[in-house]
Design a protein around this ligand. Sequence first.
Ligand code: SAM
Length: 266
Amino acid sequence: MLDHFNRKINYLRISVTDRCNLRCMYCLPEGKFHHKKHEDILRYEEIQEVVKVSVSLGIDKIRLTGGEPLVRKDIVQLVEMIAAVGGVKDIALTTNGIYLEEFAKQLAEAGLHRINISLDTLNPEKFALTTGGGDLEKVLKGIEAAKMAGLSPIKINCVIKTTEDEPDALAVKEYCIQNGLQARFIEEMNLKTGQFSVVHGGSGGDCKNCNRLRLTSDGKMKPCLFSDIEYDIRKYGIKEAMELAINAKPEKGTCSNNGDFYNIGG
Ligand code: SAM
């Protein structure tokens, strides 16, 4: 489907959970955050239905994200269910990699094509500090497992403060070159206020070429990461919510005030 600015919308990012096994300093809002109620989280059958309707509206690229998608029970089964829909040319997943060693092979066999893994530093102490106790070794083993499983391409998402020349970013870049991985550098957004916005000069917010819709783990269809507009698929129905979201897609993102980044999936 084309939106009002002649952009072809063919990509849906689905957040499958608002829960995560890490506590990255830059990702969580200030103070207490409240997890969605279990009964509000979309069931796999509902997500599969969304994918079916999406395909009929021209979506051919799906990404699963979170929270951390690999903490959701039976995530491999969801990938199978999405692959079974047919018409999805590209199924991808974004993960912090902690559980990837266990899941990479099963995910690939279920129909996952490619994967993005978040990795900001190769320093184990710093990794543990910035992720709230994460084990870097597990992520590195997860990356190896993804390579062995034939997931391709493997992209590394590296959050930087301001420049790709920061020592941690340079080390990640070198590691990617040595291991045949693609590095992507994302400028850190300040989410502390519960508000996040397009980083000017940063890599986010390529609005002219935006082809995306986002589905939150509790069923809100969002036309833009940097906006509070959303349509509840349980209220409007899937097709209607998607059409409303496509029609409401702003020419340019501005900011979101709901502080819900960890639920939308970035
Ligand atoms: N748990 C998964 C992961 O770690 O990749 C998927 C969800 S996570 C929210 C998706 C991406 O958002 C990660 O690459 C993470 O580094 C990025 N991210 C989180 N907070 C950010 C921020 N404040 N600025 C820029 N990127 C951020």
